[in-house]
Design a protein around this ligand. Structure first.
Ligand SMILES: NC(=O)c1ccc[n+]([C@@H]2O[C@H](COP(=O)([O-])OP(=O)(O)OC[C@H]3O[C@@H](n4cnc5c(N)ncnc54)[C@H](OP(=O)(O)O)[C@@H]3O)[C@@H](O)[C@H]2O)c1
Length: 302
């Protein structure tokens, strides 16, 4: 939906439903370890930010990042596995004049190597590429050499180069191992796949909540397939007047991040208009449990 159409539609709903109070500040949820509040929609960078060095090649990413920041976005997630993405993020944040420590961006990356001894060098690379003295979150990517990398990251947290430590998995893989780690290790964050096509993480998300671990939802659109499937279908009539939701993208994200155990979701896009749609979720009044059940039902029936 075009930005102007979206604004007009939302304004019409607000006029028609005077009880809908659109929040004035972004929807945020607390990180259990410490209580800091994160915007519920962040940004992924897999494939989307792995682009060439020259300015024209990076223009879509610059605009995507600009819209993300303007809308109040917080977490940006990357990894050494994502090719040039970390470098592109670091360069574009600098070009957009975002100082490393102004608290707007929550910088999240990963260690991704089977060699325990390779972890410290990857952390140093991330700090250099993101142009920061400190990463907000470092995660062990896909449970690769988890024990030595957690030791590296905890040491870095002690000396102030990392604020939070976590693990990631995706595509419904290795949930038994994730559950074991949640019970055995003190972790700040878990990143896991959760979307309308794959709800298998729900049990793990509940365990994470019990253990005081923040949950990041990766692949929130099932790599885009969830939205392709929903494209062209009518939105449920009530979601506009009750929640100010104007797109399937915002509906899917609102359903995901209103899970009580979820802290934020990190959709990836190369399209500034899609970024606007995704970030509109930050203006949704947090759904009640009953509204969340109706969102789930709408997704199941669509
Ligand atoms: N193991 C791990 O740690 C792990 C694994 C997977 C993913 N991740 C993280 O999670 C992030 C998100 O996952 P993902 O990139 O696999 O998939 P995703 O966010 O579920 O889907 C991305 C796709 O959705 C499309 N899209 C985004 N917003 C849209 C909108 N409003 N309308 C229509 N299409 C839209 C994008 O196309 P357009 O470019 O056309 O918008 C893109 O093709 C990754 O980038 C990465 O940071 C981590």
């Amino acid at each position: 939906m075009k930005r102007r159409t979206w604004l007009a539609t939302t304004a019409a709903w607000v006029a028609a439903a005077p009880t809908l109070a659109m929040p004035t500040s972004p929807w945020r949820k607390p990180i259990p370890a410490g209580g800091e509040r994160l915007p519920v929609v962040g940004m992924g960078t897999w494939l989307t930010f792995d682009v060439d060095d020259d300015a024209p090649a990076r223009e879509p990413q610059r605009r995507v990042l600009q819209r993300f920041l303007a809308a109040g976005g917080g977490m940006i997630d990357s990894s050494p596995m994502y090719g040039r993405a970390e470098r592109v993020i670091g360069d574009l944040l600098a070009a957009l004049g975002v100082p490393p420590a102004d608290g707007r961006v929550f910088a999240a990356s990963k260690i991704w190597t089977p060699l325990g001894a390779g972890g410290p060098a990857q952390l140093a690379d991330s700090l250099r590429l993101w142009r920061r003295p400190r990463m907000d979150l470092m995660q062990v990517h896909n449970l690769l050499a988890t024990a030595p990398h957690l030791a590296t990251l905890r040491a870095a947290r002690e000396d102030g180069r990392v604020r939070y430590v976590g693990i990631t998995t995706s595509h419904g893989r290795r949930h038994d191992e994730v559950e074991r780690l949640l019970k055995a290790e003190p972790l700040d964050f878990l990143q896991i796949t959760y979307n309308p096509a794959d709800r298998s993480a729900e049990r793990v998300i509940e365990l994470a909540a019990d253990r005081g671990v923040a949950v990041i939802v990766n692949r929130p659109f099932d790599g885009g397939a969830a939205l392709q499937r929903l494209a062209g279908r009518p939105l449920p009539a009530w979601v506009g007047p009750e929640l100010g939701i104007a797109t399937w993208a915002a509906l899917v994200l609102a359903w995901e991040v209103s899970h009580p155990g979820v802290t934020c979701a990190i959709p990836a896009t190369t399209d500034p208009a899609h970024m606007d749609e995704n970030m509109a979720t930050l203006r949704v009044p947090p759904p009640t449990p009953a509204q969340r059940r109706r969102l789930a039902q709408a997704l199941a029936e669509a």
